[in-house]
Design a protein around this ligand. Structure first.
Ligand code: ATP
Ligand code: MG
Length: 415
């Protein structure tokens, strides 16, 4: 036996309906917000992520699956969805059709991380990227979309945390103030943050180390530094969220920490799954399209981790109906009866009704056991009497009742 690589997971047939459920909800919510699906390759030129995620991030520094292909090109398996979507948006000239472009994706992502509950090396994201609009109503809309999705799946007790990281100009002033504050406490920071301090001080705010957290708790707050335009934008976002009845908390420590991320940043965090509680992260990135070679164009998006959504669903004990169960399983008692089962099952399938029958030549008792295992709603017994009378004895597996149904009335009966 060969085991799967660390940090990967099989989705087994008895669980795949849960994934289908979550994906269906994602598609439904995207649709009502007018977003269209985009599918981009699993791998990109490494450059896309260096520029699109940023060289000072954990993703680029430690987590990417990067290799040279046989042609000597540096290739990276996508660690997130945004960079590839923006690359595609630029390359395919989508800016020339209708703006804003409202795009969504469901994709697997690859990050070399320490695997634990809710943290895998291959995982999946549902995300949206809305490109072309700079107005605050777009920020509010994207946040509402994320919230609608989380709620429609059936998850509650999720809090929305909001922050603004300003623009290129006002962030500079803040960065200087933060640097000065952190420099005074340099020795108490974790080694990684000592490094971050020089390259990208904002990321220190994001550190999960307890000492660093204690230090950053009293650090200068970015909201005291943002310029009037950024401040007005943030006020408008908050006003619209309130108008929509959305509760939020301001968290000045949420940052994206890169030059091309701007203004609104947000997270949805669950109180239910501990350390891996962040189910969704998003924000505005008005400089990213240009960073990836396009025109100067605003954008905003988010990504939700599907595994974390499923974990929360398990925790809430919410029952998801499995729509994949067979409607009727025919249990024939002999060879002639078997032909009838084949014929009836074929006719039902042609009419879009799921049907199956014994393929193993089992006795009737084992056939019932199998039908029970696959969760068939009905078992249609066909013995010699039934064959003579032109009926199937339909046993309702939940209710236990038995009904003799004429061959030609089965479709009607099952509808
Ligand atoms: P974290 O702080 O948990 O590492 P992140 O900031 O790296 O998250 P993002 O890059 O914002 O996460 O990705 C968006 C979402 O994708 C996260 O909120 C989370 O739900 C999910 N996610 C991120 N990394 C993983 C992973 N390794 N395994 C499973 N889900 C993940
Ligand atoms: Mg991470």
């Amino acid at each position: 036996m060969i085991n799967m690589p660390k940090g990967t997971k099989d989705v087994l047939p008895q669980d795949s309906y849960k994934w289908q459920y979550v994906e269906k909800k994602a598609r439904e919510v995207a649709k009502v917000f007018g977003a269209l699906e985009i599918r981009t390759p699993t791998f990109e030129h490494t450059e896309v992520f260096l520029r699109g995620v940023g060289e000072t991030t954990d993703i680029v520094n430690k987590e990417m699956y990067t290799f040279n292909d046989k042609g000597g090109r540096s290739i990276t398996l996508k660690p997130e969805g945004t960079a590839g979507v923006v690359r595609s948006f630029v390359e395919n000239g989508l800016a020339n059709s209708a703006l804003p472009a409202k795009l969504f994706y469901i994709t697997q992502c690859f990050r070399y991380e320490r695997p634990q509950a809710g943290r895998l090396r291959e995982f999946h994201q549902f995300g949206v990227e809305f490109l072309g609009a700079k107005n605050a109503d777009m920020d509010a809309e994207v946040i509402l979309l994320a919230k609608s999705f989380i709620e429609s799946v059936g998850i509650d007790k999720v809090s929305l945390y909001l922050n603004s990281i300003g623009c290129k100009d006002c962030r500079k002033t803040y960065q200087d103030a933060l640097k000065e504050y952190l420099n005074a406490k340099h020795d108490k920071l974790c080694p990684l943050c000592q490094e971050r301090l020089n390259k990208n001080p904002l990321r220190v705010l994001d550190c999960k180390n307890d000492d660093c957290k204690e230090i950053t708790a009293n650090a200068p707050k970015i909201l005291d530094f943002i310029c009037e335009d950024c401040s007005n934008h943030f006020e408008k976002v908050k006003e619209l969220l309130t108008l929509a009845g959305v509760e939020y908390k301001i968290n000045p420590n949420i940052v994206r920490g890169l030059d091309y991320y701007t203004r609104t940043v947000f997270e949805f965090v669950s109180e239910n799954i501990g350390a891996q509680g962040t189910v969704c992260g998003g924000g505005r990135y008005d400089g990213l399209v240009a960073q990836l070679g396009g025109n100067d164009m605003p954008g905003i998006g988010f990504a939700v981790g599907i595994e974390r959504i499923l974990m929360l669903l398990e925790n809430t004990k919410k029952q998801i109906e499995n729509p994949n169960k067979i409607k009727v399983y025919f249990a024939p008692m002999g060879e002639e009866e078997g032909k009838k089962a084949f014929e009836l099952a074929s006719r039902l399938r042609q009419n879009g009704i799921s049907a199956d029958f014994d393929h193993m030549g089992r006795g009737i008792k084992s056939q019932f056991k199998y039908a029970d295992k696959i969760g068939a709603a009905f078992v249609g017994v066909i013995g010699s009497d039934e064959l003579t009378n032109g009926v199937v004895k339909m046993k309702d597996m939940a209710g236990g009742t038995e009904t003799a149904v004429k061959f030609e009335e089965i479709i009607e009966f099952l509808k």
